[in-house]
Write a protein that binds this ligand. Structure first.
Ligand code: AMP
Ligand code: MG
Length: 476
């Protein structure tokens, strides 16, 4: 029997901010992949999750006792344009559990069927994008970057039509919460200040309990969200991660990476890199991510002004602006920390960081390989670095100050992954999975589980694919 000890605060405390829903009944539900260590961490019995009731929950077909399935309301700026009503259109929150570390975590399904927020959509998801989220989010976790987790991937036995027929699938995802910048925007746009306040109080209690009693708690909350987002985006930059759809509805208050759609890890370094087929203007290009994160945070700031200065929201503007200026400083510091570790330098100048990255751009070097080569150069072997970047006349001029500043060579191996989920390896694994063979998905999961440790037999995962223009799709 599946028994889960839910404690559903969202359903209990935030009425009026969601709609109760039921998942679609899957005609032939099957479990494809279960994250057993995560299940154990959540206090769930993997054996029970594999059973009929477990699979019914993981597909959304039938809920266990104590679940309060609901679709959250949220709005969002998508590619800069505001949609006042998005919401969970193909997802539902099953409930919340307290994990082994005392942390509250949402169990949520993506692809579980239509909801009142579905608009024209079918509420479904297909196998490729579901497994893609499994692979990329597991990689992010192993890289040490805050992220939602994948608990399970199931198939529904249904054919779901996208550009071509696909296998219906559901991702069970775990998150610190599903509060987004867009959740705040939903109530701000409707001028529902009382609900906005309840939402903010809830978010503070859940994610920043230390701020609960403060006299300036809404401003403190804003600054705390900013700090987490700036750390997050700097961490993305450090591994070459491109989110692809940094809309405000995909920006989590918790500071976790959320909503893996057309995301990808960059191979050839270039700040202008865009992989998403729908990002035609390059709004969410690699190099734009820090600025776009701040843009999203500016939207959050607007929603908090009626709470920061209830008597006259406009009076909160200087404080919100100061917090956003601070965001830039926080990001720059986080960037120096992240790239400093990658360079083995504890206090790098921006010129040192940018100097190396400029050479990578000019030489169309592979981002991951270049930092591996730099690690070898730090231990005295320049061969691979010269092989990759030696054609650039600026290299020797850069190496000299770098060697002078190199004071933490030991940090490099923990900051520069050997393995990332390379685009061609992800595609290869997904293609095989769609044809019924999960072997390559399992192999890739094994490789990325320890991204910083080189292991024999995985040499092919260090190589970039053939340089063709890679494109990713939302798959919604
Ligand atoms: P996303 O691109 O996944 O961040 O989703 C943006 C919005 O579109 C959210 O409100 C989703 O719930 C909604 N959405 C995406 N795909 C579907 C679908 N197949 N059916 C219904 N709603 C969807
Ligand atoms: Mg989304």
């Amino acid at each position: 029997m599946l028994s889960i000890d839910f404690d559903n605060t969202y359903a209990r405390d935030l009425d009026g901010m969601y709609l109760p829903v039921q998942g679609a009944v899957a005609p032939d539900p099957a479990l494809l992949w279960l994250n057993e260590p995560l299940a154990a961490d959540l206090g769930l019995d993997p054996g029970a999750l594999r059973g009929a009731e477990g699979v019914a929950m993981l597909t959304g077909s039938a809920m266990p006792m104590g679940a309060t399935p609901l679709a959250m309301a949220y709005a969002g700026h998508q590619f800069g344009g505001f949609s006042p009503q998005l919401g969970d259109g193909r997802a539902l929150l099953v409930g919340e559990v307290i994990d082994r570390h005392g942390q509250r975590r949402d169990i949520h399904l993506k692809g579980s069927g239509k909801t009142p927020f579905s608009r024209g959509g079918d509420g479904k998801a297909v196998l490729g994008p579901v497994l893609r989220e499994v692979l990329i989010s597991e990689a992010m976790q192993a890289l040490g970057i805050p992220t939602t987790r994948a608990l399970a991937a199931t198939t529904t036995g249904e054919t779901v039509w996208r550009e071509a027929p696909g296998q219906g699938a559901v991702l069970a995802r775990v998150a610190a919460s599903h509060l987004r910048v867009g959740t705040f925007q939903f109530f701000y746009a409707r001028q529902e200040t009382a609900r906005l306040k309840r939402l903010a109080d809830y978010a503070i209690a859940r994610h920043f309990p230390e701020l609960t009693a403060g006299p300036d708690r809404y401003l403190d909350f804003y600054r705390a969200v900013i700090a987490r987002q700036m750390d997050l985006v700097a961490a993305w930059m450090g591994v070459g991660f491109i989110h692809g759809v940094m809309n405000t509805d995909n920006c989590a208050i918790s500071g976790e990476t959320i909503d893996y759609g057309p995301c990808a890890f960059m191979d050839t370094f270039n700040p202008d890199t865009v992989y998403s087929s729908i990002d035609r203007q390059g709004r969410y290009a690699y190099g734009n991510q820090p600025v776009l994160a701040r843009w999203n945070l500016a939207r959050l700031g607007e929603t908090l002004m009626p709470l920061i200065a209830p008597e006259d929201p406009a009076k909160a503007l200087p404080q919100v602006q100061a917090a956003l200026e601070e965001a830039e400083t926080l990001h720059d510091a986080a960037r120096r920390r992240v790239f400093g570790a990658k360079l083995g330098v504890s206090a790098p100048t921006d010129a040192l960081i940018d100097g190396f990255l400029d050479i990578l751009t000019a030489q169309s070097a592979d981002f991951t390989q270049a930092f591996q080569a730099l690690g070898r150069a730090a231990s005295g072997d320049d061969t691979s670095l010269t092989g990759l970047l030696g054609a650039d006349p600026r290299l020797s001029a850069w190496l000299e100050p770098w060697r002078g500043a190199l004071d933490r060579p030991g940090a490099m191996a923990r900051a520069n992954p050997v393995y990332i989920p390379r685009n061609h390896k992800v595609e290869e694994a997904l293609e095989a999975a769609q044809a019924g063979d999960l072997g390559k998905v399992h192999r890739l999961l094994a490789v990325i589980a320890e991204p910083y440790r080189r292991r024999a037999g995985f040499e092919d995962f260090e190589e970039p694919g053939t340089p063709a223009h890679y494109q990713t799709y939302c798959g919604t």
